[in-house]
Design a protein around this ligand. Structure first.
Ligand SMILES: C[S@@+](CC[C@H](N)C(=O)[O-])C[C@H]1O[C@@H](n2cnc3c(N)ncnc32)[C@H](O)[C@@H]1O
Length: 509
């Protein structure tokens, strides 16, 4: 029997599941044709099948020693080393395999996998890129590339690789799900929603598809939106203010349509025309349906865009007589109210336009007490001194409505924004000297918002009295300190259009 026949026999015995027979044939081939590299390679394959990795590696190494140009033997040796956890050695063998025969496709993928296991992610990506130049339509390589880039949060190349894969195999469900997730992770929410909406039609019961769809929606529409619309105190305050301010014939501009509540209240109050804008497309589309369903389709126009993109003469015929908005965050500024209002006042309103709300304040109180200490301070834990870990306490956090606190000062306005006076909307630093009225250990400031919808109609989510969808915010001072009645605490503030920072320390008397 010549070596070719013997090696065919090894292969067919292996295929038939006769590993012992295959091993005997392979050993005979090695004995009879010791200079034939493929005989040793075949023995390695058999030994690997029965999970004897060290012996398999030795056989592959003999195959390589017999023929240093046996690319498959290098690749096989690498695979066994990878199986034994020796990824660095495997890398060397895969590199040899590619150097000898760059068309040995599995070696490229193996090399990228081993480099990934070693944490050499840039190198792994480079290997996949080069392999894809050789094999641009290799779906496995494309998938590896997409997964690698996705894992290391390089979303643009991940999305590109998923798209290339889907151009070859448009119906691969798992790849489409991964593609949707990459769009979501990249912040391309509208495209992610389109993808998951399409997938939901194809695979409505698939939990990963359902998760992708709902996760995308919840990024587009924050979880506070439904409870916010159920908060009667907020709704009635706005309704009353709109009824007090809007006059028949007015053109009302609303910023931030949501479900269309304030726009419809404005139409109901007699506005001749209401233009409302919503920057989240899917929300704008739903509001358009709700407005029509409630019979206000003729009066209310929902623009699916951000207020700063509205163009007079294109999106609305003329500047508005009244502006209504409720784009206020827990810390007042976080939803971008200030730049939106500044822009609207400069471009979209008549000079004497009425504005709801008219004013608003961030309110605050110096706080102490056990529940506040629990959130912000550490001492001994199980007898161990943990004090230094407090350096990681959050400088600000939302707290539940029910938080019990000791008020060490009166309630004070920290910042007041007058929506008619643009100067107060611009980024600024500030400082408030707060008088202590009760002794205690002061940890920081508890903050809420007061909205003067008109001079008479005021909404406030006071932490002692109001159950509200707006959370209170607890700001921690860098160091807690003891205070006595009559002391002063200097609270320093900084705000930009959408960010706010607060800190404080005991003022020297
Ligand atoms: C707090 S919700 C209020 C919704 C509705 N006006 C209500 O009171 O029930 C604010 C909405 O305004 C949108 N929004 C915020 N700033 C915006 C802007 N500058 N232009 C358009 N929409 C905006 C948000 O996407 C969100 O849907």
């Amino acid at each position: 029997m010549d070596v070719g026949d013997l090696l065919k026999r090894v292969q067919s015995l292996l295929t038939a599941g006769d590993v012992a027979g295959a091993e005997a044939a392979a050993r005979e081939a090695c004995r009879t044709f010791p200079k034939v590299s493929e005989a040793h390679n075949a023995l390695g394959v058999v030994l690997r099948t029965r999970a004897d990795y060290p012996a398999a590696l030795a056989a592959y190494q003999t195959a390589i020693a017999t023929d240093v140009r046996n690319a498959r033997a290098y690749n096989n040796a690498g695979e066994v080393q990878a199986q034994m956890g020796a990824h660095a050695d495997a890398v060397v063998n895969y590199q040899h395999a590619i150097r000898v025969d760059r068309n040995l496709r599995p070696a490229h993928r193996n090399l990228a996998t081993a480099l990934t296991r070693l944490g050499r992610l840039d190198d792994a990506a480079q290997v996949l890129r080069q392999a894809l130049q050789l094999y641009p339509d290799d779906k496995t390589l494309l998938f590896d590339m997409a997964a690698l880039e996705h894992d290391r949060e390089r979303f643009a190349p991940a999305i590109e690789a998923y798209m290339r894969y889907l151009a070859l195999d448009p119906h691969h469900l798992d790849v489409r799900i991964n593609y949707g997730s990459a769009l979501l992770d990249a912040g391309r929410h509208t495209q992610a929603l389109a993808e998951f909406t399409a997938l939901l039609k194809i695979a409505p019961g698939h939990l990963a598809v359902q998760h992708g769809y709902h996760e995308t929606l919840s990024r587009l529409v924050p979880p506070w939106h439904v409870p916010m619309m159920n908060e009667d105190q907020r709704n009635f305050a706005y309704r009353d203010a709109i009824r007090a301010v809007v006059k028949p014939g007015d053109h009302v501009l609303e910023i931030g349509t949501g479900a269309g509540l304030l726009a419809m209240l404005s139409a109901q109050a007699g506005a001749h025309k209401v233009t409302t804008c919503e920057m989240v497309q899917v929300v704008a589309a739903e509001a358009t349906r709700i407005v029509a369903q409630n019979g206000f389709g003729d009066t209310v126009t929902v623009l699916p865009k951000k207020s700063t993109d509205i163009v007079i003469g294109v999106d609305m015929p003329e500047q508005a007589d009244v502006m209504v908005s409720e784009i206020l965050a827990n810390d007042f500024v976080g939803e971008g109210v200030l730049p939106s209002l500044l822009d609207a006042k400069a471009r979209l309103l008549k000079p004497d336009a009425r504005i709801i709300p008219a004013r608003g304040s961030m309110m605050g109180v110096l706080v102490g007490g056990d529940e506040v200490r629990y959130l912000l301070d550490l001492g001994d834990v199980c007898g161990f001194d943990m004090r230094t870990f407090t350096k990681f306490k959050p400088w600000s956090q939302s707290v539940p409505q029910s938080i019990a606190y000791d008020a060490l000062s009166a309630d004070v306005p920290l910042v007041t924004y007058d929506f008619h006076d643009v100067q107060t909307l611009k980024p600024a630093n500030g400082a408030v000297n707060v008088s202590v009225i009760q002794a205690g250990r002061c940890y920081g400031v508890l903050q809420w918002i007061r909205i003067n919808l008109t001079d008479e109609i005021v909404y406030e989510n006071h932490p002692r009295t109001t159950q509200s969808v707006w959370n209170k915010v607890l700001y921690a001072f860098p160091q807690p300190f003891d205070v006595a009645a009559g002391d002063k605490v200097l609270v320093q503030l900084w705000h930009s259009g959408s960010h706010f920072y607060l800190t404080g320390a005991k003022a020297s008397n």
